[in-house]
Design a protein around this ligand. Structure first.
Ligand code: GRF
Length: 203
């Protein structure tokens, strides 16, 4: 399966996918990396891996709809079977969802439906939960609302701050994302009782 990975920051989830894809048995390959910001480590990781990287920044467009259209075209140019939002911190637009709906997965650093949004780790700490974790889910038009594919728990320690907790969640998150993407790439998934293959939808 061809993967386009979207990033906004450090790109450690991207790196985990790149490392997994080095094994042909994994069943997927990252064909391009897209970002919404310039000068981020995620894009540098793509370049180091010899992969095409593109940046589509919201401020470069007249409005959100134009940005949505440009991002959709930039991703479509790489004919992905699966789009992986791996720390991509923008809400994907209606055009993007129309084009790739059902083939976009996101990783989120909390146990959805608890603590959706951009500050999931901070919000979980502020609430005082004793267990949190991460979720890999399909993306729909809501914010972190799509169907859950897999989740794993991470205990909160009494001395945790946002950084220490997020770092422990990310260790689990990277493993879970690699596992889910590999399974989707190799086996497809079942949707309303029907098996949907991810293999070569676009080739
Ligand atoms: C991850 O925890 C992701 O879920 C969150 O941002 C982090 C991205 O980490 N939304 P990285 O850029 O993959 O290192």
């Amino acid at each position: 399966a061809r993967l386009v990975v979207l990033v906004s920051g450090a790109g450690t989830n991207l790196q985990a996918l790149l490392d997994a894809c080095a094994d042909p048995a994994y069943g997927a390959q990252v064909v391009a990396v897209g970002a919404d910001r310039s000068g981020i480590a995620g894009t540098a990781r793509a370049q180091e891996a010899g992969l095409p990287a593109f940046t589509v920044r919201i401020p470069d467009f007249a409005d959100r709809a134009e940005w949505d259209a440009a991002l959709t075209e930039a991703v479509a140019a790489h004919a992905p079977d699966l789009v992986v939002s791996a720390g991509f911190m923008k809400i994907l637009g209606p055009r993007f969802l129309e084009r790739f709906g059902g083939r976009i997965v996101n990783t989120h650093p909390a146990l959805l439906p608890s603590f959706p949004g951009a500050h999931a780790v901070r919000d979980a700490l502020a609430y005082g939960v004793k267990v949190t974790g991460c979720t890999v889910h399909f993306v729909d038009e809501g914010v972190d609302t799509g169907p859950v594919i897999a989740q794993e728990t991470v205990p909160v320690r009494w001395h945790d701050d946002e950084d220490s907790l997020h770092e422990r969640i990310k260790q689990v998150e990277r493993r879970l994302l690699v596992d889910v993407v590999g399974r989707l790439a190799r086996d497809g998934w079942t949707e309303r009782g029907r098996r949907v293959s991810m293999k070569c939808r676009t080739c």
